[in-house]
Design a protein around this ligand. Structure first.
Ligand code: SAM
Length: 289
């Protein structure tokens, strides 16, 4: 384990608990700034999957949610769930950060008649009974900030009904080989795609303040299959023509050449046509725990 020094920003292994536990404090402290920067793009009640701007209204990645019970994990201020609730969908938003959820309450207060169900919860320990949702999703929530994404996948599998759908958007794994820069500098690979060390920021005492984790495409597939899902579709949104808004390392220059987002559309394996009962358990050769 590398030694972490105060006020650093680098790629380094960190103790598992320090990495996953940092998210809540970081998002609490930065909720206001994050929403000041991105809130107008996300809207109070819009469902955008990614900085490329893809909307659920057009993509329908969740399928037909009429009469379905829907769970969002790592929902932030719950713009996506609010959009669903406003359309009469039975949906609940969860997030580990009270600061982000309070911002969600404020968005509800600004929209009379809208009440978005909000629950504070770590996606690794969801406070719901098994088999209570038909669909679960996240747009860049929870998964990038935990060292143990398998735990999230297994929790989601637990609360989904047989055959339930799990859709998650993450930074496209390829991006990790490049600098986090939307311009020309972001077009030259500078580190190995296979280097799994998380990006870490430390506070003035050298404690982990922020950690974001990289998984290769193969890692994502192994983790979701290991949790009992079948991958039905992997969406790599192209940068839309005329879309000139940058978001961190996303923007039109890089977007024209490299994917920025990967959206995994999965289904609990136990009800997938043609999938045998064994598909519901951990994949052969993968650890069960
Ligand atoms: C980039 S935001 C995504 C939310 C929303 N889609 C948005 O764009 O604002 C990431 C969210 O993941 C949440 N998060 C981080 N770790 C989490 C965990 N272990 N469980 C649940 N939520 C978590 C953060 O609190 C934050 O609200």
């Amino acid at each position: 384990m590398e030694r972490l020094l105060p006020n650093q920003a680098r790629f380094a292994h960190v103790p598992v608990e320090a990495g996953g536990g940092a998210a809540r404090g970081w998002w609490d402290a930065n909720a206001a700034d994050y929403l000041a920067e991105h809130g107008d793009f996300l809207g109070p009640a819009d469902f955008r999957w990614c900085p490329e701007g893809l909307r659920e209204q057009d993509m329908r990645l969740l399928g037909d949610v009429t009469g379905r019970r829907v769970l969002e994990v790592g929902a932030g201020a719950a713009q996506c769930t609010r959009w669903l609730v406003a359309r009469g969908v039975d949906a609940v938003a969860t997030d580990v950060s009270g600061g982000m959820l309070r911002a969600g309450l404020a968005l509800d207060a600004a929209a009379p008649g809208v009440r978005t169900p909000l629950v504070q919860a770590d996606a690794r320990r969801l406070p719901f009974a098994g088999a209570t949702f038909d669909v679960a999703f996240t747009a860049f929530g929870a998964l990038p900030f935990v060292p143990d994404a398998s735990v999230v996948h297994r929790e989601v599998a637990r609360v989904l009904r047989p055959g339930g759908r799990w859709v998650f958007a993450v930074t496209h794994p390829l991006r990790w080989a490049f600098p986090d820069d939307p311009g020309e500098r972001g077009l030259t690979a500078i580190r190995s795609y296979f280097d799994r060390r998380p990006y870490v920021e430390t506070d003035e005492h050298g404690a982990v303040a922020y950690a974001e984790y990289h998984r290769t495409v193969g890692d994502h597939v192994a983790e979701l299959v290991g949790a009992g899902f079948v991958l039905e579709r992997l969406v790599e949104p192209p940068w839309p023509e005329g879309h000139d808004r940058t978001w961190g390392g996303w923007g039109p220059v890089r977007g024209a050449l490299l994917p920025g987002t990967a959206i995994f559309v999965c289904r609990r394996a136990d009800q997938v046509p043609g999938a045998g009962p064994a598909a519901a358990g951990p994949a052969p050769g993968l650890p069960a725990g």
